[in-house]
Design a binder for this molecule. Structure first.
Ligand code: FAD
Length: 448
């Protein structure tokens, strides 16, 4: 093709961006060392805890939604990148500081530090037609030094991996009358610890992982919590002082909240654990990637815009096991770029996306849930590995992960006290806090 080594830009030095860089660096035959752009002064994204809320001193918004006492909800045995385990001495569910350390060790081990441009914000990513680039395409990446628009630089790349995360731009649902609320209105992005809410009455909206976790923290400081959510009522035992209610539908003139069943409450705090928006403010409109109702679209294999197939948006799927997912997606991207997997034509990719979305809709999945892969992630991962011709995840991975999900559903108060041991490619064991071995809820042969 007349091309030299491919130059790839990576946007973000969170877990996804680091993983992308690790794989690009492992192939110096085909890829020039990547340039990783990172707004902050740190690697780790989500895992860089900031006590402050709001803005950094330089005026940029605080990225991380991490709270002080968070421990992971996925055991380290399957949370890790498959080629880089967490330290042996750690328990299965680690404090967030250990995850940040782990990512720093990953950076040392794979020598990523020198390739990261810290304090650099990617402001625009624009495709350009070129004569001899990858598929006739190249990318101009313009970055600023912090907020200073005047200090901008543009560099040319063959491909771009977008790894900017999607847990920082708080999503606030449009509840009629919300502006009438007279107490403290906050989003989980700005939640750090429970003490300021001790003894208070709190309506917590949303029973996702953060909602449940924060409800438990609030219960420990004797807050009176109403957990308002649209799922089926939870049947597992809830922390003390936590009641359930259906979703908040509106606010009345006196500032009280009305629930779907007509009940009302006038809490001191209204805490929204309602998730986050996707945002790609730097992406040229020409690329045609749209965000509608929490769906990022159109992307072939949730990664590639068919019209511009040297741009890759890594890590947008939800309800997944993130680090292994990034590991698989990154290798798939390499297989596309090095030609070991030939992408279908633009029309074929568009058709594939259309059929995939239609099949999900036919199963009753609404637009806002399409990116939630959940138990389908394993088939997705295996498919990418097969298409790209690289090693799939070890066999035990999905079984252990799905078992943890079942333990969590049964006993959200205690599942993080369990410890897992991987015994072989297919087998693992789990022990409770007292050291008693528990039965695997999913026999291995019935693996999903
Ligand atoms: P991020 O970690 O968000 O990193 C994105 C990076 O991109 C950031 O460093 C950001 O500064 C940078 N960036 C953004 N825009 C630009 C730009 N324009 N220019 C340059 N740089 C930019 N996962 C688990 O596996 N286990 C858990 O227990 C778990 N718990 C979680 C708890 C909470 C509260 C949250 C919010 C998430 C949790 N996750 C967990 C998911 C977690 O988000 C992923 O593990 C992972 O950190 C996502 O990595 P990422 O690289 O996609 O995004």
């Amino acid at each position: 093709s007349g091309l030299g080594k491919l130059r790839v830009a990576v946007i973000g030095a969170g877990a996804a961006g680091l993983c992308a860089a690790r794989h690009l660096l492992s192939r110096p035959d085909t890829f020039a060392p990547p340039v990783v752009y990172e707004v902050t002064k740190n690697i780790g994204g989500t895992w860089v805890y900031e006590e402050k809320v709001g803005y950094y001193d330089n005026g940029l918004p605080i990225h991380s939604s991490m709270y002080r006492d968070l421990r992971t909800n996925i055991p380290k045995e399957v949370m890790s990148f498959p080629d880089f385990p967490f330290a042996k001495h750690l328990p299965s569910f680690v404090h967030h500081t250990e995850v940040r350390k782990y990512l720093e060790e990953y950076c040392h081990h794979f020598r990523l530090w020198d390739h990261i441009k810290f304090g650099t914000t990617v402001a625009s990513v624009t495709p350009v037609k070129v004569k001899d680039g990858w598929n006739g395409l190249a990318w101009n990446v313009t970055s600023n030094d912090g907020l200073d628009q005047s200090k901008s630089t543009t560099e040319r790349f063959d491909a771009v991996m977008v790894c900017n995360g999607h847990f920082y731009d708080a999503y606030i649902p449009a509840i009629p009358g919300l502006e009438k609320f007279k107490g403290t209105l906050m989003h989980s992005h700005d939640y750090r610890n429970a003490e300021p809410l001790a003894g208070k009455s709190v309506v917590l909206l949303g029973a996702g992982l953060s909602g449940l976790d924060i409800a438990m923290e609030l219960s420990n400081v004797d807050a009176k919590v109403i957990l308002s959510h649209g799922q089926h009522p939870l049947t597992c035992s809830l922390p003390s002082g936590v009641q359930q209610a259906p979703p908040v539908t509106s606010l009345l003139d006196d500032g009280s909240l009305e629930f779907k069943d007509g009940r009302r409450a006038k809490p001191e705090v209204f805490l929204m654990c309602t998730g986050y928006n996707f945002t790609f403010p730097f992406l040229d409109e020409k690329v045609g990637v749209k965000v509608q109702e929490h769906l990022v679209w159109p992307l072939y294999k949730f990664l590639i815009p068919p019209a511009y197939p040297s741009l890759f948006i890594v890590g947008i799927c939800r309800a997944i096991c993130p680090f292994p997912h990034f590991h698989i997606q990154s290798q798939f991207v390499l297989s596309v770029l090095d030609g070991s997997f030939s992408l279908p034509t633009r029309e074929e990719m568009e058709k594939d996306i259309e059929l995939d979305i239609a099949a999900r809709r036919a199963r009753g999945i609404s637009t806002r849930h399409i990116l939630k892969l959940d138990s389908e992630q394993w088939a997705y991962n295996d498919q990418l590995a097969q298409l790209g011709g690289f090693q799939p995840l070890p066999y035990f991975w999905s079984n252990l992960y799905e078992s943890n999900k079942m333990f969590r559903a049964r006993d959200m108060l205690n599942y993080k006290t369990f410890n897992y041991t991987v015994l072989s490619e297919t087998e693992w064991a789990v022990h409770n806090f007292h050291g008693q071995q528990l039965q695997n809820p999913l026999p291995v042969e019935k693996q999903i």
